[in-house]
Design a protein around this ligand. Structure first.
Ligand code: GCU
Length: 587
């Protein structure tokens, strides 16, 4: 099996499998909807074996839990925004869903989760299927031989307690929305089905696809076809003994770009299965100090976005949520979005691609990570594979980001992240790879950008908060730069400051620091400074909307929100929004 395939099939924590690709194109039974729940702050349910759902047999059987008569929650959806008493909740919630199913014994059946934050223990009819750790990537269990004909009882123990060796770790500047946060489906496939495929342009090519189709079930000599009706293209090949068919063919594709987000209907067929996808083809490389899209230099006009629907104050998951967020990015004049700091839901990635927005996708290796703990490297590998595994056919994704603001001094940080970078290149060499750092020194109005990680990156991504966390030391336009890797493109991945929408009080004084005017001035200054940045290939304000973060405690100006949005949590445009809009309109 070709090296880059090996990584896709390593099993997750006991039992949870890597999810098959493109579930939406399969025969699905949705388990979304109302689920009964038991809120279990002390995880007392573990000793009570809640998943067995014991029923009293005699008068003296006093079971101290039941799903009947209890709370009900929506799935998908985080639990914190659904019940007031769960607003700040971090702990265990037991979810239960009854479903009827008539298994067809010529088929295979899988239970698929889009994501569960953070730990999921899954039980079917009282039997444990397995567990999964990580709140932002899909996973599945094969239940072909575990399903009953008729009534089935699915119980999921969800826990969003923070873990020191977790991803993310203990401290992070966003809301720890817990729950079954994305779709849950029963997936029915043939005994031999299309488990995975990768159909993207070969690195550096504008017309040749290099990829594979992978079957699960019986192996060799299976006929496989890739069809693109619009191009009257049918490519035929055969699987090898391991069920893998290599794919390589050329065509005069209309290339995907922000101006023309062209995508094609693509049908992948085997003798017993077929899936349909909508795929665009584009080429993204770094050449010298420039980022080239389809061979032409491009400037990334970005904005950072958290996976939160500001109007609901809830974890976003739906197509509608995605369109709300992405329309706002388009309105600002963006051609790119950084989906911070974890893999967002598939709707977000697909809608961005459809709208012509390039996507930066990231794994939550964020600030305080316990790199010294060997399990952390396994977890990083696993989440990286799951992110790339799910989205490798999304041409909108141009950058994989592997870490944000980790501390060079942390034991094993460099080794762990350098290994991860090489891993990522092995998995996908067709996209740009980066790490974000804020380790630069700033003295005498001069930046000294030195992080070792940049040597392993395709672009130098810098978070800097001049004017907010760091006072200017001179005129913005006079800022000097010493950048390690002076020949690489530079990307300002975060900058900005806070303002409470409507707080317009006049001249700068203590209380006025969070005025719209002060925030707008930060943006004007940053834009002046951008002219001095060597090899500047893009910028990305922190961030689009005010969003929930419990560490933001100021009772007047924050109230549990990070207020660095260019838009308030009600979508109101702050003064800085207009400054950024004008800047992007001028590029
Ligand atoms: C950091 C970090 C963000 C955070 C931002 C802030 O740079 O990457 O996640 O929210 O700063 O402090 O507002």
């Amino acid at each position: 099996m070709p090296a880059f395939l090996f990584f896709f099939f390593i099993c997750n924590v006991a039992g949870a499998q890597t999810a098959m690709i493109n579930v939406q194109s399969r025969k699905l039974t949705s388990l979304n909807g109302k689920w009964n729940v038991i809120i279990d702050p002390t995880s007392a349910g573990d000793n009570m074996q809640v998943w067995l759902e014991k029923k009293p047999q005699k008068k003296t059987d006093f079971f101290e839990y039941s799903f009947q008569g209890g709370q009900v929650l929506n799935v998908p959806g985080d639990f914190n925004s659904q019940l007031r008493e769960l607003t700040y909740y971090e702990g265990t919630v037991w979810y239960k869903r009854i479903f009827n199913y008539s298994p067809n014994n010529t088929k295979r059946i899988f239970l698929y989760f889009g994501a569960v934050n953070y730990l999921a223990d899954v039980y079917l009819n009282g039997e444990k299927l397995g567990s999964h750790e990580g709140g932002f990537t899909p996973f599945q269990f094969e239940i072909t031989n575990k399903l009953r004909s008729g009534r089935n009882n699915l119980i999921v123990r969800v826990n969003n307690l923070r873990k020191k060796n977790g991803l993310p770790g203990i401290g992070y500047d966003w809301m720890n929305f817990g729950g079954i946060t994305r779709d849950v489906d029963i997936v029915e496939t043939d005994r031999t089905y299309i488990e995975d495929y990768n159909l993207q342009l070969k690195k550096g090519s504008l017309d040749t696809i290099l990829g594979f189709v992978e079957l699960a079930g019986i192996g060799g000599d299976q006929n496989v076809a890739v069809k693109i009706p619009e191009l009257k293209l049918i490519y035929k090949t055969k699987t090898n003994s391991k069920g893998v068919a290599m794919v390589q063919f050329s065509s005069a594709f209309k290339l995907w770009s922000p101006k023309n987000p062209k995508r094609y209907k693509v049908i992948i067929e085997s003798e017993t299965d077929a899936v349909t996808d909508t795929i665009g083809f584009r080429n993204i490389v770094v050449k010298g100090n420039k980022i080239l899209l389809n061979g032409k230099p491009i400037f990334l006009k970005g904005v950072n976005i958290h996976e939160e629907n500001p109007y609901k104050g809830a974890r976003s998951f739906s197509k509608k949520d995605a369109v709300v967020l992405l329309n706002a990015a388009k309105a600002l004049g963006c051609n790119m979005v950084r989906l911070a700091h974890y893999p967002h839901n598939e709707n977000m990635v697909k809608e961005a691609e459809k709208m012509g927005l390039m996507v930066w996708s990231e794994i939550p290796v964020y600030q305080h990570i316990d790199f010294a703990d060997p399990v952390v490297s396994d977890k990083m590998d696993r989440i990286l594979r799951a992110m790339i595994g799910r989205d490798k056919n999304r041409c909108g994704i141009i950058i994989w980001c592997l870490s944000n603001e980790t501390y060079p001094g942390t034991p094993n940080r460099n080794n762990a992240l350098i290994n991860l970078t090489q891993e990522c290149r092995g998995l996908d060499s067709t996209r740009l790879i980066t790490h974000v750092a804020n380790t630069q020194r700033y003295q005498n109005n001069t930046f000294d950008v030195r992080d070792t990680l940049y040597r392993y990156c395709d672009l130098v991504s810098i978070n800097e908060y001049l004017g907010w966390y760091v006072p200017w030391q001179g005129k913005p336009s006079d800022v000097k730069w010493n950048v390690v890797c002076p020949d690489k493109p530079v990307f300002i991945s975060e900058f900005g400051g806070e303002a409470l929408y409507g707080n317009k009080s006049g001249p700068i004084d203590e209380a006025a620091y969070r005025t719209e005017e002060y925030q707008a001035q930060i943006y004007r200054n940053q834009i002046q400074m951008f002219n001095s940045v060597p090899n500047l290939s893009g910028v990305c304000p922190w961030l689009l909307y005010d969003y929930r973060s419990l560490g933001r405690l100021h009772p007047v100006y924050q109230r549990g929100y990070n207020r660095k949005g260019l838009l308030s949590d009600k979508g109101k445009r702050k003064k800085a929004w207009y400054v950024m809009k004008a800047y992007y309109s001028g590029i």
